[in-house]
Design a protein around this ligand. Structure first.
Ligand code: AMP
Ligand code: MG
Length: 347
């Protein structure tokens, strides 16, 4: 398949009449799949009402069919077409966080979207992305768009169009290149069907931010426990992994460097994922800097690019620094530990 690649300027004030957005919307109406930027990561969109269209997403990504997709909308009114029994606190969340990196899991309206989108579940995950291109595309197509991250299953999510091209060129109809995404990690997935809402996947909106507006929020504890099945089907799969094995190190840079030295003595080429503040502490074969510790959102926005860049370096093993697990650090550590297949070393 010939994949069209269009560069579109986010700041174009007339995005809804931009010829490439119109052409992309036409492809979506014809049940084709199109990759587009959002504020979290690039999404791979298809008409959520069509099982034929949604099947193409699963095929292009090699995504397991039991892993449901998030439906993206551009107006809050679209929500009542696809979800029912919406609790009152959800209105508060929508006012505060939409458009934005918060996905709400709600009771699905029967027949509103194809079965494949929700992988047969009774619930549906919905969000409104905070990105001018994503919003314009959904409005022009006038469809709710099912859209997972636009990467091959198992690889780090794409934060620039180049990542999408690497994974999906030739497998999808079009890619809209709108530059770098902002947040760099996926949305927070919040199950709103229980009395106390539960974070199924930590992400761009933190637990602290949610609690500040709706009070108590819990987090799916199986995310942190070996051998437990997470409530969000997607969280059970290995994800975000670079090609070389990654280990997350809890300890000082000096301790991490001793691990590097040991591996180098054994003849291995070693990569280190460091931060601006600590990069000079390491003598490794490749040291990649992932943002500033003092500014965790900068770490979030660069993490996937750094994980992908290790694939271009010839390293046999990667050690990563760890991060504090509060605020956006919770999502960063969730993704890093998944990328590492939970391989950790403590000082
Ligand atoms: P992605 O679109 O690749 O960011 O992945 C979407 C995430 O949302 C996956 O972890 C899915 O398992 C999760 N998800 C989607 N729909 C539901 C749902 N109805 N209930 C629970 N988790 C969901
Ligand atoms: Mg994904």
């Amino acid at each position: 398949m010939d994949t069209k690649i269009w560069v579109v300027n986010n700041f174009d004030e007339q995005l809804e009449s931009n010829p490439q957005i119109i052409e992309a919307a036409k492809l979506l109406s014809n049940n084709e799949v199109v990759a587009f930027p959002t504020e979290t990561v690039y999404g791979l969109g298809a008409n959520a009402s069509s099982d034929e269209a949604v099947a193409k997403i699963f095929e292009a990504k090699g995504r397991p069919s039991d892993n449901p997709l998030i439906v993206h909308i551009a107006h809050s009114e679209q929500l009542t077409n696809i979800a029912v029994d919406i609790p009152e606190f959800v209105d508060v969340l929508i006012k505060e966080f939409w458009p934005g990196p918060l996905t709400l899991v709600l009771k699905k309206k029967n027949g509103a979207v194809g079965e494949k989108v929700t992988a047969g579940l009774e619930t549906i995950a919905v969000r409104m992305p905070d990105h001018p291109i994503a919003l314009a595309l959904i409005k022009v197509a006038n469809l709710p768009l099912a859209a997972p991250s636009a990467n091959l299953s198992g690889k780090p999510s794409p934060t620039v169009a180049k990542h999408v091209i690497t994974d999906l060129n030739g497998r999808i109809s079009a890619i809209i290149d709108g530059g770098s995404t902002g947040v760099g990690l996926e949305s927070t997935v919040l199950d709103c069907t229980a009395d106390i809402p539960v974070i199924l996947r930590p992400g761009g909106v933190t637990k602290e931010q949610l609690e500040a507006v709706i009070g108590q929020v819990s987090i799916d504890h199986s995310l942190f426990e070996e051998g437990q099945a997470p409530k969000s089907p997607g969280m059970k799969y290995t994800h975000y992994a670079p090609k070389s094995p990654l280990t997350v190190v809890f300890g000082s840079p000096q301790f991490l460097q001793r691990l590097v030295d040991k591996q180098k003595m054994a003849g291995l080429r070693v990569g280190v994922l460091a931060t601006e503040e600590t990069k000079d502490s390491y003598q490794a074969d490749t040291t990649l800097v992932c943002g500033l510790r003092a500014d965790l959102p900068s770490v979030a926005s660069q993490l996937y690019d750094v994980l992908r860049t290790f694939d271009e370096k010839s390293v046999d093993i990667i050690y990563s620094e760890s991060f504090p697990q509060d605020g956006v650090g919770q999502a960063i550590m969730n993704r890093l530990l998944k990328a590492a297949g939970n391989e950790v070393i403590h000082e």
